[in-house]
Structures are given as structure tokens and as C-alpha cells.
Design a protein around this ligand. Structure first.
Ligand SMILES: Cc1ncc(COP(=O)(O)OP(=O)(O)O)c(N)n1
Ligand SMILES: Cc1nc(C(=O)O)sc1CCOP(=O)(O)O
Ligand SMILES: [Mg+2]
Length: 207
């Protein structure tokens, strides 16, 4: 499967009380990957919400990715996204199997991306590119790094951090395959606006 398009990421605060409604609106507009990102330790809620999202994703033929939690991903038979402190990649690949989508945070470091590729990552994520409401303290990354990454890597490249419809085009021009977005997608006043934004992101990637 070609990993290219909008990568929608949920946020438990931003989507409080409207998670499924807003996610479905995004799916209507087209989402290649949907990441369930809930940094709380409420395991019961995480399981309940992840199961509901898996059902929605199945209906829209979208791949669900769980942030941080390989055990939950294994339980639901979906993909996982791992940061540099979220556990090693190779055992996670062994746990989830060869077909699972596994993403790796590489910040602005090509060496991390090359290591992730060797250890079986399905895509590598670089960021943050812009000011982020969701994660203001994340380390920054430049467009030049993307040029180097495009030359050296043979994996889909994901960009994250403060991406909006107004600033995403240069990322695509510098070789990004996946635009990972929280606020620039879900920080909308209505479900109709979420769907419109999702369509417009896909238009930028011309899928
Ligand atoms: C697609 C994507 N890229 C990067 C991240 C960040 O992962 P991480 O560094 O582990 O930080 P948290 O999201 O866990 O706070 C991501 N989640 N998704
Ligand atoms: C979860 C996350 N990781 C980042 C990184 O750079 O690794 S930036 C980020 C937040 C993305 O949300 P928004 O689209 O609202 O900025
Ligand atoms: Mg993480």
C-alpha cells in the first residue's frame, strides 16, 4: 500500500466530547492514516475509543495507528507510532508482524531515520516544522533536512508540527508523502469545515 496523503492525529483535549463526530468528518474528506493519540493513563477509555475508531476506520478503509502503545496496537491488530522513548522498533515489528504499519519519530536527524529504516519502520516522521499548538516544545526541523532525507531514504516521509493548509505546500514540494496534522485539521468550528480541510490537504498532495 502506498503511504501518501493526509495523516490525521486525534487530540483528547481538542476533541473532548466530539471525537467520533470529528474523526468521521475527516474520514469523509479522505484520510490515509488516522492516529489515535491520547496521552492519558485511562486505559479503559483508551481501549474503548481505539475500538470505536478502528470500526470507523474499517468503514472508510483507513489505517488506524495507535500512538505510543504497541500492546494496544497488537490487541486491536492495527499499526503503531513510536517516538524515541516509546520502546525499540525491532521487537515491535516482531510483535505486530510484517504487514503492520509502524512509524518512527526522527525529529531532525537523518541518522535516526536510517536506523528506523534498518529496524523495519514503515515511514519516518520529521518535525516540528512550524509553531505547534499541540506540542509547542517539540524540536524543530528544516526544509533542507527534507531534501537530504528524500535523497537518502527509500521510505515514505511524514512531516509534523504546526501544519496548516496555509503552510503545507512547501513541505510537499520538498518531498513529503504524509502530512500529519492535529490542530490544522481538527481545530475547526464545524464538521463541515473538518471535511473541507481534509479534502484540501489531499488536493495539495494530489491524490
Ligand atoms: C506522525 C507522528 N510523528 C511524530 C509524532 C511524535 O511522537 P513522539 O515523539 O513519541 O511524541 P508523542 O506524540 O508521543 O507525544 C507522532 N505522534 N506522530
Ligand atoms: C505530536 C507531535 N509531534 C511533533 C514532533 O515534532 O515530533 S509535533 C506534534 C504535534 C502536532 O500537532 P499540530 O498539528 O497541532 O501541531
Ligand atoms: Mg510517543
Amino acid at each position: 500500500m502506498k503511504l501518501r496523503g493526509l495523516y490525521a492525529i486525534t487530540d483528547s483535549h481538542l476533541l473532548d466530547g466530539k471525537l467520533l463526530k470529528y474523526v468521521e468528518a475527516a474520514l469523509e474528506g479522505g484520510v490515509t492514516l488516522l492516529q489515535y493519540r491520547d496521552k492519558s493513563s485511562d486505559e479503559a477509555r483508551r481501549l474503548r475509543e481505539a475500538e470505536a475508531l478502528r470500526e470507523l476506520c474499517e468503514r472508510y478503509k483507513t489505517q488506524l495507528i495507535i500512538n505510543d502503545d504497541a500492546e494496544l496496537a497488537a490487541r486491536l491488530n492495527v499499526g503503531v507510532h513510536l517516538g524515541q522513548t516509546d520502546g525499540p522498533l525491532s521487537p515491535t515489528r516482531a510483535l505486530l508482524g510484517s504487514k503492520a504499519i509502524i512509524g518512527s519519530t526522527c525529529h531532525a536527524q537523518l541518522e535516526l531515520a536510517e536506523q528506523a529504516a534498518r529496524e523495519g519502520a514503515s515511514y519516518v516522521a520529521f518535525g516540528r516544522f512550524f509553531n505547534s499548538n499541540t506540542k509547542p516544545g517539540a524540536p524543530t526541523c528544516s526544509l533542507e533536512l527534507l531534501d537530504q532525507a528524500r535523497k537518502q531514504l527509500h521510505l515514505p516521509i511524514c512531516a509534523i508540527g504546526g501544519i496548516t493548509l496555509d503552510n503545507a505546500a512547501p513541505l510537499v514540494a520538498h518531498g513529503v508523502d504524509l502530512l500529519a496534522v492535529v490542530h490544522g485539521l481538527f481545530g475547526a468550528e464545524s464538521t463541515a469545515e473538518v471535511t473541507r480541510r481534509a479534502r484540501a490537504f489531499n488536493e495539495l498532495l494530489k491524490i
